[in-house]
Design a protein around this ligand. Structure first.
Ligand code: ZN
Length: 506
């Protein structure tokens, strides 16, 4: 057996254990009765610990050293060298964190998630407060396994967005915020769009059927995936042959399930599009949460909320929801699904205000990690910041600090910046695809997504994690990440919708 085969064999076992843990988590978030919570937390922790032990085995370090030499003469873009680079990065991250801390975090997280599923509907922050305090402590301990950081959030950010730091995110957010706030102000001066047509009672079964039909046309492969219901929608992968998505349905808001399905499908298209020969290795995953989110937002918003998309799909949804939309024209519907308003809930937010929600969370994460805000004060501080940014009072913790699953199902830190990086990149990638194939918008108008999907597969999906996020963006778009395509995209979309004037552009 070659050194490389030995390494791949070990990595496959790590992947098997992690995938089994992911399956248990998927079950917990979909079908498991609530009584299973405590044991499930332990089971996931055991598998996570075993995976961690296997990965951090000193023998793996030795194999990596040998392979460094063996593969040194191969070209930079060689797949085995990419595997070596990514494995070494993951290995170095993992050996620094003690196994006991990994399993403590994992078990604690499962308990906290279970508590959150009760706390959120009953608007009971106090139920999660002691757990969240421990999460903060564990998150700090995790970050402190990586001494030498500039911000304590940096190591946590690096887990999901390699190459990004608190400082670089802050710089990007400051620039973006300076351009978004005037846009939000200009739009919200106009009369709000009427979205009553989306709020008519629409049976769950009809909503699910329509969403599934759209993602079939997007190219989601149902032989390698399925959709189920959950509290907080997500995508998860157990292998290249099994990439699942989840959604939730509100019968009084038909946009909720549909756009969450399109969003998670975007994540799934990325994972299903990775080269099959990378399966079971650390390369068989999206390269970062920012790039992943660019794909969910691209399919949800740039495509799914576009005029062209609905030129094709509106007659179909009118047939599917005849009672609700039969008498509503396309213009009204298009304005409704792109309504911009200052609102409380991030996942329901429009494309223009969405990033302000993310910035609030990112800043609060940093405040907690850096000791400026205590968990017990979080609801109050959230309320103050929200009022400052949105001019609204927070009606309840349910629609405030309890609304997002993130701090309740993982560490505090590194969880939110990816959303805004993703929004920014979604426009940059789409732009590059249309430059390469100018007929893509016309294809979308006839419900044909093959050319767009092929470009994304060619330039992004197939590579998995073989390139760093920065390399991937440069290779695919010809330039580093930039906010300009995104701001351009927003302007071209919302200027006509809200009759904005040119002097409101800055
Ligand atoms: Zn997402």
């Amino acid at each position: 057996m070659t050194t490389l085969d030995d390494l791949k064999g070990r990595l496959l076992e790590v992947d098997d254990l992690s995938s089994a843990a992911s399956l248990l988590k998927w079950d917990q978030a979909t079908y498991m009765p609530s009584g299973g919570g405590i044991a499930r937390g332990r089971q996931v922790a055991t598998l996570t610990r075993l995976a961690h032990e296997k990965l951090t085995d000193p023998a793996v370090g030795k194999l990596l050293d040998v392979l460094d030499k063996e593969l040194a003469t191969r070209p930079d873009d060689d797949t085995d060298r990419a595997l070596l680079r990514v494995t070494r990065r993951t290995w170095e991250q993992s050996v620094r964190i003690p196994g006991a801390l990994v399993s403590e975090m994992s078990e604690h997280t499962a308990r906290t998630y279970q508590a959150w599923t009760v706390a959120r509907p009953s608007n009971d922050f106090e139920l999660t407060r002691p757990l969240l305090e421990k999460t903060l402590d564990l998150s700090r301990r995790m970050a402190n396994c990586f001494p030498g950081y500039e911000s304590i959030a940096d190591p946590l950010i690096a887990f999901s967005d390699y190459g990004v730091t608190a400082k670089s995110v802050r710089a990007l957010f400051t620039e973006l915020r300076g351009r978004l706030v005037p846009l939000v102000r200009a739009i919200t001066k106009r009369a709000p769009a009427d979205d009553a047509c989306l709020k008519k009672h629409t049976p769950e079964a009809d909503q699910l059927a329509f969403g599934l039909e759209v993602i079939k046309r997007y190219g989601y492969d149902f032989d390698r995936g399925r959709q189920d219901k959950t509290h907080h929608p997500f995508m998860t992968k157990f292998s290249q042959g099994d990439v699942r998505i989840t959604t939730r349905v509100r019968e009084d808001d038909m946009a909720d399930a549909l756009f969450s399905t399109l969003h998670e499908c975007g994540h799934a298209l990325y994972e299903q599009g990775i080269r099959a020969d990378l399966d079971g290795t650390p390369l068989s995953a999206g390269t970062s949460s920012g790039v992943h989110e660019s794909q969910s937002r691209l399919w949800e918003n740039v495509v799914g909320r576009s005029r062209g998309f609905w030129t094709h799909f509106y007659p179909e949804i009118q047939r599917a929801f005849a009672t609700q939309l039969g008498a509503v024209d396309l213009d009204t519907f298009y304005r409704a699904i792109n309504k911009v308003e200052r609102s409380h809930v991030r996942v329901d937010a429009d494309e223009v205000t969405y990033n302000l929600h993310v910035m609030l969370r990112f800043d609060l994460e940093l405040d907690m990690l850096e000791g400026r805000v205590a968990v017990k004060d979080l609801p109050r501080v959230w309320g103050e910041r929200f009022h400052a940014d949105f001019g609204l009072a927070v009606p309840s913790d349910k629609d405030g600090v309890l609304q997002d699953v993130h701090w309740y199902d993982g560490p505090i830190g590194g969880a939110f910046q990816g959303y805004t990086l993703g929004n920014v990149l979604s426009a940059q990638f789409f732009d590059a695809a249309v430059k390469a194939h100018p007929q893509i918008p016309a294809h979308i108008e006839r419900g044909d997504f093959a050319q767009l999907r092929d470009w994304l597969t060619q330039n992004i999906y197939q590579h998995g994690a073989a390139f760093t996020p920065a390399e991937l963006v440069s290779r695919a778009t010809g330039s580093p990440m930039s906010i300009e395509p995104y701001l351009d995209y927003l302007w071209k979309k919302y200027q006509p919708l809200y009759a904005l004037t040119e002097d409101e552009r800055r």
